[in-house]
Design a protein around this ligand. Sequence first.
Ligand code: C2O
Ligand code: CU
Ligand code: CU
Length: 478
Amino acid sequence: MSNHRRSMNPDERSRRGAAEGVTRRTLLQTLALTGGALSVGGISAGALAGKGGGKGPPPRYPLRIPPVVSPAGLSLHEGPTVTDLANGDEPMTMVWGYNSQFPAPTIVANRGDLASIHLTNGLQQETITHWHGMIVPHDADGHPRQAVPPGGSYQYNFAIDQRACLNWYHPHPHMHTGEQVFMGLAGAFVIRDAEEAALGLPSGSYELPLIIRDVTLDARGNFKFSTKSSGFFGQTPLVNGTLSPFVEVDRAVYRLRVLNGCNARVMWLALDSGAPFTLIGTDGGLLPVAVPMQQITIGPAERLDLIVDFRALAEGSTVMLRDVGSGWDLLEFRGTGQAGGGSVPTGPLSSITPLPAPVRERYFSFEGMTRINGQRYDLNRIDFQVPLGECELWRFETNGNGPHPVHVHGAYFQVVGRQGGRGRLYPWEAGWKDTVLVGDGETVEVLIRFDEFRGLYLIHCHQLAHEDAGMMANFEVV
Ligand code: C2O
Ligand code: CU
Ligand code: CU
């Protein structure tokens, strides 16, 4: 056992003695604490541990950073694997991974690159992978009609020709997206371009991908899925597949590339210091200007590009990234005291041309947990057609069971209005978006234009239980 020990953080060493690694038993104790705490009236794990006789805070584990791969000649295999949620070297939790990784490898590409990706299905059920946010020909979009059986494979070839941004990839088979994403199949897909490079944003170890999601673990520490149509809400957060993570940070400016990878949970992100962070981008890349913020709402599948200034963080001091909604501590930043520098962008970042006046309007009512405009998804039905190159106004309205994170394949949109409910737009809804939260009683208006490809695409709710139950529609760009 001793030769399988992970490098522990100083807290753990002093608490348990250097001879004892993080064993399966300690992990299970942590899980019991977190699960137990949350099932008892929502008391946080930290609070419970604090009451537990002066043992100090629960152990925290080093944040996992997924390996980086190129999309050129990439093979991706979906299949069962094991992982260590404490990010050490003793895998003990069964998950489904891409190439045995949880989260999946981070695909990084430059604008202009060609992707050729070979997907193989090692699951016991059909699957297909969708590149969320990538504007690709319909035969590379991972439509559920393209799902392949166990043992099957699919070849994707597409050119990457869009702005720098953080996208992601995940399965998209009919009726099993929620289960497959929950079981661990999701990864980041980062696009870089010259406009972004010219800004000199924090990079290398100063740029962190953060895939935040929730999970429920059973007594053995394995993932426990529930197919409730009201959606999956887990008891414990994971960041990059790491339980109670920490990451060491220099006295430097950091760039956080945040994805809400939850099946259903909306999060309200804030730093426990109350310090502002700077929002520089959303789903489809950079905003025109940076916006200082203290709290940001992020729904399932939405992305945020955040700048956080740790230049004043002393050695040993900590700052916690929290979800104010659940009261969860998500990620602890620990100061190393080492100078790293960098600066917070203040000038213009990018230019975004507003879409022109729409030539027509469409209306989408997201009803209950299963329908759009009265209909459940039918794989073989084309629900509507959209002419290529014409700007349209799409109106999304909830009729119960919101919020619905509404997502469109094949084009980005601009959010231009919200009536009812919150009744306003927020800075994190600016820029190019592919997913927008529509709350109960709200009507959200977006401008959208399909400029690139004709063919079959999807609109759906990204609350994955809703999507799987039929809150999805096929449309054809003609
Ligand atoms: Cu992230 Cu249609 O999906
Ligand atoms: Cu998508
Ligand atoms: Cu929904």
